[in-house]
Design a protein around this ligand. Sequence first.
Ligand SMILES: [Zn+2]
Length: 344
Amino acid sequence: MPLRSLPRANSTTMASPLPPCTAVIYSALAIVALLLLSATAVNASQGDKEPVYQDCVTQCVRTNCTGARLRGFQSTQAPYMALTGWTCRDDCRYQCMWQTVGLYQAEGYSIPQFHGKWPFARFLCFEEPASALASLLNGLACLLMLLRYRSSVPRQSPMYYTITAFSLVSLNAWFWSTVFHTRDTYLTEKMDYFCASAVILYSIYLCCVRTLGLKRPGVSSMVGVLLILAFTSHVSYLTFVSFDYGYNMAANATIGIVNLLWWLCWCWQNRRTLPYWWKCGVVVVLLHGLALLELLDFPPLFWVLDAHAVWHLSTVPVHFLFYSFLIDDSLHLLNTEKTGVKLE
Ligand SMILES: [Zn+2]
């Protein structure tokens, strides 16, 4: 998930109600600036602009991707490669990418990117095997914890259906992230980005329902409608006007920071009454802090493990703590509702 386009920010220790929020805001603004800078850097793709690469692709396509040679390629191509849309031209690009990388290494130059990506060693049909595997693991962790949530929390808990819906939106995003990292196409890239944005916006809704909506249901309905409008506008702009990576990243980072600050302030306000508040605090700081790993943006180790894959791998354990918080909180809400205690 390209942003995966997730919310990105950081936090500091919480010593008193005002300073921590102020510190978090400053950290968050600094991080948005860093992200915008990195977005500009990532767009530059040295490798595919090289004449040696372009000539190689042209020659390879001319020789191998027409007439009898093309029919030969199609008849010998493994079914899983054909099913995942690998074409003769894609194969040419892949072979020529490694030829160009070899030349760069022989001359002692640093490894270039191609079409906005580092060179990755393909495994079967998986274009970015580590990120695809990590996305799958995130999805499995999410599914496992959703099942545990549903078996631990009675349906009468006020957050039960909102959390179930959030989990389904997250599962959908991890599915598309797995698909995108398996095969990067126009459609899979858009689905990865848009579904990740849906998770970020839904997490705002989840936060709103938990912190305000339980006492004032009208507020959550209004925020829900606003978020649907925001999502529709965001997707329409990226689809019909311009697919602007910098704008997409800035939009996701801004919503992510609102989410982070909102949850942290709620955690701080409830630290004396909710013994499990720290789980929420740790999760939101970890999720936003770990997203900073993407800023490292180094060539893949062993041609497999890049910063994006490390980021996706690092979020797998966070699901367990997050759902542990959701289970504790949902049971707490159910108990307070039963005993008639005022909700926090
Ligand atoms: Zn991703």
